[in-house]
Design a protein around this ligand. Structure first.
Ligand SMILES: [Mg+2]
Length: 189
């Protein structure tokens, strides 16, 4: 069931979802990293995250969904961003994502069909192949696009994650409520 060009996510697939997994590099970032060092010679790595993507992730959590970032490449920049968003983040070595996701599924007592993932490249495939809703950024590699149920119009790090969050919440008929609750809460003195 490939739904491309940002077509709506089918409501039955969306309504099943309880846990949403985001890859980090190439999904929440463009995939580039700035590599350098501090004045003291300490290695320094910088990444660019999209603010609207971050709001989308918060919206999923406000809607009652569990959200987890799972990256196969540990980085302090990722830890800082996850902390800022208040989102659970697992950084595994050598892209061994499947064992940690299996643990998460057990811990949260959900089935594979209740999991969605937004992915971009082959390090995601071991998990992506198993989840109920397979989503891809527009610039994902061919093996990911080939199995995607839904493909964003926007590339990783440039709004694909927000597009996915909006599409998922919209398919669950939660998008308007989440926005209105947010605005209402911030309208109080
Ligand atoms: Mg990636």
């Amino acid at each position: 069931m490939t739904v491309s060009n940002s077509a709506p996510i089918p409501a039955d697939a969306a309504n099943r979802i309880k846990l949403v997994i985001f890859d980090v590099d190439g999904v929440l970032t463009e995939g580039g990293i700035f590599v350098g060092s501090t004045m003291d010679g300490e290695p320094l790595e910088l990444k660019r995250f999209d603010i609207q993507d971050g709001v989308g992730i918060k919206m999923l959590m406000w809607a009652g969904l569990k959200v987890v970032l799972v990256t196969g490449r540990p980085s302090k920049a990722t830890s800082i961003r996850a902390l800022e968003l208040g989102v659970q983040c697992h950084q595994v070595v050598d892209a061994r994502k499947l064992p940690i996701v299996k643990d998460l599924i057990q811990k949260h007592a959900v089935g594979w069909e209740e999991v969605a993932m937004l992915a971009d490249d082959i390090p995601d495939l071991a998990v992506l192949r198993r989840v109920g809703l397979k989503a891809a950024v527009s610039n994902a590699t061919e093996p990911v696009l080939d199995i995607a149920d839904w493909v964003a119009l926007r590339p990783g790090g440039r709004g694909a994650a927000r597009e996915f969050c909006d599409a998922l919440l919209s398919a669950r008929s939660q998008l308007d409520d989440v926005i209105e609750t947010y605005v209402e809460e911030r309208s109080r003195p």
